[in-house]
Write a protein that binds this ligand. Structure first.
Ligand SMILES: Nc1ncnc2c1ncn2[C@@H]1O[C@H](COP(=O)(O)OP(=O)(O)O)[C@@H](O)[C@H]1O
Ligand SMILES: [Mg+2]
Length: 339
């Protein structure tokens, strides 16, 4: 930034689970999309990792919210506060003056007009002068390196925290789009439920998340099998401490029904795809992004079921953010950006 140029450019992936901000080519912020509020004054107590640490540990007067939980903005005020605080946390932030910001914000494709408006207002209140928006699957496609403007169809399946978004893209636009509220959060709920039912253990959401990361799987016969993961927690009945090794096979069983819902959503999106685009997709395969794409064996399971190859994006948790960064650089040329 030169001495007299106070415009900064930032790309924000506003995800249901994680918010990532890119400046230049660098990720300058990667935090959970969580806000802790002081319930009485409604003041922000913490955002991001600090707020996430408070989840499940709230005391009276403190409430944590995930403003975008199900892919819709559940809490406009909290969403705005979160964007504002994240911008303050950027390494380039200067407390003496606010530069004018040119920004591209990536939003879930199921967003309504009202929500789009709210994100735009929040971004403007946080200093955004030139604000563009992009839908998540479009950003994912850009991040994966697809030429989204080509007259060729491609399908993206982005499995995030709150939503799975399935979209067919061609000629710089989203042709078909399906968003379901079945994604990482539901996997965690399945695991909590399973540990209670099968092992009589009461576990928290963060523990379920750790189980998923360590032994989460979509298939019961993995080539590269992870070791069992030891889980500590109280017995549901007696409250006495327990220690239980959990295998990936158990988790694959417990996630089976939820993964089936994602399979069915992909199949139904394929059914609604015009046939020229359909054959492009069969030829090229389907791209997986979002943190859910990291579930072991998911690509193989989807291939077995649907008979079209699935490719996991490089660094799937950041593909959308990378694509939002690419959109920022080309904002003037990409007609699919919303102003
Ligand atoms: N290794 C992993 N295996 C399975 N799921 C994962 C893994 N790492 C992260 N996730 C899940 O990915 C989701 C977050 O993905 P992300 O793409 O950041 O979502 P969003 O765009 O909705 O913020 C969370 O539900 C998280 O539990
Ligand atoms: Mg996302």
């Amino acid at each position: 930034m030169g001495l007299f140029s106070f415009t900064e450019e930032i790309a924000i992936d506003l995800g249901t689970a994680n918010t990532i901000i890119i400046q230049g080519d660098k990720v300058v912020l990667d935090e959970p999309s969580v806000v802790a509020l002081n319930q009485h004054e409604g003041k922000v107590k913490a955002v991001g990792k600090k707020a996430a640490m408070m989840r499940g540990r709230e005391s009276e007067g403190i409430r944590t919210v995930r403003p975008l939980r199900d892919g819709v903005i559940a809490d406009f005020g909290a969403c705005e506060a979160m964007i504002r605080e994240f911008i303050k946390m950027l390494p380039s932030h200067n407390k003496w003056f606010t530069p004018t910001l040119k920004m591209v914000v990536c939003i879930p494709s199921g967003s309504t007009e009202v929500e789009i408006r709210a994100v735009r207002d929040s971004s403007e209140h946080a200093g955004g002068r030139d604000v563009y928006m992009i839908y998540e699957p479009m950003a994912a496609a850009l991040g994966i390196g697809i030429d989204v403007e080509a007259p060729e169809g491609c399908m993206i399946v982005d499995i995030g925290g709150g939503t799975t978004e399935i979209a067919v893209i061609s000629l710089g636009g989203i042709v078909t789009n399906k968003s379901i509220n079945v994604a990482g959060d539901i996997f965690n709920e399945d695991i909590i439920d399973y540990m209670g039912r099968m092992h009589n253990m009461r576990i928290s959401e963060p523990t379920a998340e750790r189980i998923k990361i360590n032994v989460g799987a979509a298939l019961t016969d993995l080539e590269d099998a992870p070791e069992d993961y030891i889980v500590h927690g109280p017995n549901r009945m007696t409250a006495l401490p327990m220690e239980i090794p959990v295998s990936y096979q158990e988790i694959a069983h417990c996630l089976d029904k939820t993964i089936m819902k994602i399979e069915n959503a992909v199949l139904s999106a394929l059914e609604n795809t015009p046939s020229e685009l359909y054959s492009d997709i069969v030829k090229k395969g389907i791209y997986l992004s979002g943190g859910g794409a990291l579930l072991r064996g998911l690509d193989k399971r989807l291939y077995d079921k649907i008979n079209i190859p699935f490719h996991v994006a490089e660094d799937p948790l950041r593909a959308v953010a990378r694509g939002t960064g690419i959109a920022l650089k080309n904002a003037a040329n990409f007609s699919f950006l919303m102003r």
